[in-house]
Write a protein that binds this ligand. Structure first.
Ligand SMILES: [Zn+2]
Ligand SMILES: [Zn+2]
Length: 314
């Protein structure tokens, strides 16, 4: 399966400020020497050697992650934050065309649904768009954000073949792929999803505040979390913030390191970045997470930062 990241921010879209771009340009010029621009190859070497927080960005869109399987005409999407707009534009141009989108919602806080009115495949009558959540009244919940005076057209203007599904237990929606879900702690609840294609396993778990119950070796926890290949998980806070913001519904990156090592998860993508953190800060937190994991001897878990445009193939 191929996982693509279209939106990685939490709470609110976070575009780069002019002052942030200016300070990146200034920092790059500080590192530049005459030899670095003598030939096109030297220039490319210089650019390639820059840290990612300078020569790139974590991205400003809110939560949206897609998972593609063997059949190129279908795709699974988790959450419709502002990143789903870019997903819709990019995948509409893809050949062969995607005929069926299956969109699963972790929950309905604004940062996870705000991109849906701008999801262009949903306006195409020849495309199938299926919406899934364990919560009932999905059509009403998604449609309400498009009612006047919040949006100029209602959800009925989305002329794709739409269907709305209330999930009740473990289920399979893509041939050969099992998708299950688990309720996690977050104000008004959030649902984590686990995807198994028979070869690899993947969890999408955003807007979760981890606690002792998530470490208990219950049958339910074991079958959901144990030995997963890749998890995308809410790690919005530092440990200090997590203590200050108890019951706000998010986890710290140290908590995530403890949790993922506990369950033998192989690769962890830190996700749902706080809108107050710039690129440099987020990469510094990734480094801190790795140092913390090393100090705790969590040798079998790899940590990466979710960035817009990142692709991982399992
Ligand atoms: Zn969120
Ligand atoms: Zn939330």
């Amino acid at each position: 399966m191929r996982i693509q990241f279209w939106g990685v921010r939490g709470s609110l879209p976070t575009p780069q400020l002019p002052s942030q771009i200016q300070s990146k340009i200034a920092a790059i010029l500080d590192r530049l020497s005459q030899q670095d621009i003598e030939t096109p190859a030297a220039r490319q070497r210089f650019l390639n050697a820059l840290p990612m927080w300078l020569y790139g960005t974590v991205g400003g869109n809110t939560a949206c992650v897609s998972v593609a399987f063997d059949d190129p005409s279908e795709i699974v999407v988790f959450d419709a934050g502002s990143g789903i707009r870019d997903l819709g534009i990019a995948l509409s141009k893809q050949e062969p065309r995607i005929e069926r989108y299956r969109i699963f919602f972790s929950h309905f806080h604004w940062d996870h649904i705000m991109g849906l009115p701008f999801f262009i495949p949903a306006f195409n009558p020849s495309i199938q768009v299926e919406f899934y959540s364990p919560k009932p009244y999905l059509e009403k919940i998604l449609g309400d954000q498009m009612l006047p005076p919040y949006f100029p057209v209602p959800i009925s203007a989305m002329r794709a073949k739409k269907s709305f599904h209330c999930l009740s237990n473990a289920f399979t929606t893509v041939p050969g792929v099992n998708i299950s879900y688990k309720k996690m702690w977050h104000p008004q609840d959030a649902y984590a999803y686990r995807v198994d294609d028979g070869k690899h396993s993947f969890i999408y778990a955003t807007d979760v505040e981890l606690s002792d119950v998530d470490f208990v070796h219950s049958k339910e926890n074991e079958s959901f979390f144990k030995n997963v290949d890749l998890i995308v998980i809410d790690s919005q806070y530092t440990q200090e913030q997590a203590l200050e913001k108890r019951e706000w519904g998010h986890s710290s990156f140290q908590m995530v390191a403890d949790f993922t090592a506990h369950w033998g998860i192989k690769c962890v993508t830190l996700f749902h970045h706080d809108p107050t953190y710039d690129d440099q800060t987020l990469f510094a937190y990734l480094q801190e997470t790795r140092s913390y994991a090393e100090s705790m001897h969590f040798k079998d878990t790899r940590f990466i930062l979710a960035t817009e445009g990142l692709e991982i193939t399992l």
